[in-house]
Design a protein around this ligand. Structure first.
Ligand code: ADP
Length: 431
């Protein structure tokens, strides 16, 4: 900086010394005139350099930076360095951005960057394919104007994005995409879309296969079971071993019938062509029926209690809820030794409706709890078979819960008992 001021004032110092010499040799008037002309020339020079700087600011190309003299040489060379460095940084950033764009373009998933008001800031080519975005017009558009499916808009408005949304894009009816939102930065969101059409096709084939096999098995099984029962009833049935064999056959065919029936229930619950039909359910009556069924099953071997307030009503599918409640109570009865206490409860907590079955039975070791709703998962398979279980009961309960937007919660302590609860969201409740 000192150097700058020194170089700026150097011509003035020389001019002043020369003016002093003129004063000494001639007169003050000569010196004054000289200084006037000298300052004027200096001003014109600075004005000219300023003009060149002004011209360059309108151009801004590095190679167009003007050459200056005196202090302006210094200013222009510093400006040159600065612009050169700036251009290099810009170039580096542009290369990095291009690499990032190429990397995200190569991703097999669609990526959309949304701002805090759901406007699209950027998307990659796969997202363009999934949602038919237009690169020219759709940037900074509200995504809800372009993807209008109600389930998508509902998903965007949620605050919990832990579960992905499956949907069919508007113009690709035969495609299924899974959508997930990830929050980042300050109110920014990343929307990831994945084409799961193939996976869905295989899933649907699997569902159809299980449904068809179960359906085909049902008739021959009924016939076999009918004949076995007829044979058992025949008065002239020979020896004990034949009677024993027929007993075993009857037991096994009944097990298979139960299994096929449960598989068919699961297939129906999973089917896309079976939307939930809602009705107003009188919960008190429903639970009375469930409790009576439980008493028959328990055969007075357990202390069965029902705790609930009167006049509770809920919107849902009665048949499905009955099946879920029956399953949970059936399990409690089958896994609770004689004399145990089983409590059915319906209560409200924080606006949620909760159905729970608490038993004082054998309980479940902690490591098994998270897997209980898997098909055919059993803690102790011999015990489950002994009690007539198919291993599908809790899978059915979980599906019914999902169809009612409810969650299944399980608390259990080995040797002390278990509590299975179905927690229904507030909006299901009717006044
Ligand atoms: P299952 O037909 O074998 O009972 P479920 O799907 O209904 O099949 O239950 C899965 C497993 O969870 C059962 O095999 C059993 O080990 C365990 N289970 C379910 N309910 C209870 C309960 N109330 N007490 C103890 N264990 C239970």
């Amino acid at each position: 900086m000192q150097d700058f001021w020194f170089r700026l004032s150097l011509p003035m110092i020389f001019g002043a010394i020369f003016a002093l010499i003129l004063w000494g040799w001639f007169s003050a008037t000569y010196a004054l005139w000289f200084m006037l002309v000298f300052v004027f020339v200096l001003l014109v020079r600075h004005a000219w350099q300023l003009h060149k700087l002004g011209e360059w600011l309108g151009d801004k190309r590095l190679e167009a930076i003007p050459e200056g003299t005196g202090i302006w040489d210094d200013v222009f060379s510093r400006l040159y360095q600065m612009v050169k460095k700036h251009n290099q940084t810009k170039q580096k950033l542009a290369t990095q951005l291009l690499q990032m764009e190429q990397a995200t373009a190569a991703l097999p998933e669609g990526v959309v960057i949304l701002n805090e008001v759901n406007r699209i800031e950027w998307f990659n080519p796969i997202a363009r394919q999934h949602f038919d975005f237009n690169s020219e017009h759709d940037v900074m558009q509200d995504i809800t104007y372009l993807v209008r499916q109600p389930e998508f808009i509902g998903y965007l408005q949620k605050s919990d994005f832990s579960k992905p949304l499956m949907m069919r894009p508007a113009r690709h009816d035969n495609m299924v995409v899974s959508i997930k939102l990830i929050s980042y930065g300050v109110n920014k969101r990343l929307l990831i879309s994945r084409d799961i059409t193939q996976f869905e096709r295989i899933e649907s084939m699997r569902r159809d296969f299980v449904a068809n096999v179960s359906h085909e098995l049902r008739t021959p099984l009924t016939v076999v079971n009918g004949f076995v029962e007829n044979l058992q009833d025949m008065p002239d049935l020979g020896n004990d071993s034949a009677r024993q064999a027929l007993g075993l056959m009857s037991e096994q065919t009944r097990r298979m019938e139960n299994l096929v029936a449960d598989l068919l229930v699961l297939s129906r619950l999973e089917s896309n062509h079976n939307p939930l039909r809602h009705e107003i359910i009188d919960i008190s009556r429903l639970l009375d029926e469930v409790c009576q069924g439980g008493r028959l099953l328990s055969n007075e071997k357990h202390d069965l209690r029902l705790e609930m307030k009167d006049n509770t009503k809920m919107l849902g599918n009665r048949e499905e809820l009955r099946s879920a409640f029956d399953n949970l109570l059936g399990n409690a009865i089958r896994y609770t030794p004689e004399g145990g206490l089983i409590t059915l409860r319906w209560n409200e907590q924080g606006g949620q409706q909760i159905f729970s079955v608490k038993d004082s039975g054998i309980g479940i070791p902690a490591q098994h709890i998270s897997r209980l709703t898997e098909r055919f998962y059993r803690v102790d398979s011999s015990r489950s078979r002994e009690t007539g279980g198919t291993g599908l009961g809790l899978a059915i309960v979980k599906h019914i819960a999902m169809r009612h937007q409810a969650t299944l919660e399980i608390f259990s302590e080995e040797g002390k008992g278990s509590t299975f609860s179905l927690v229904f969201p507030d909006r299901k409740m009717l006044a």
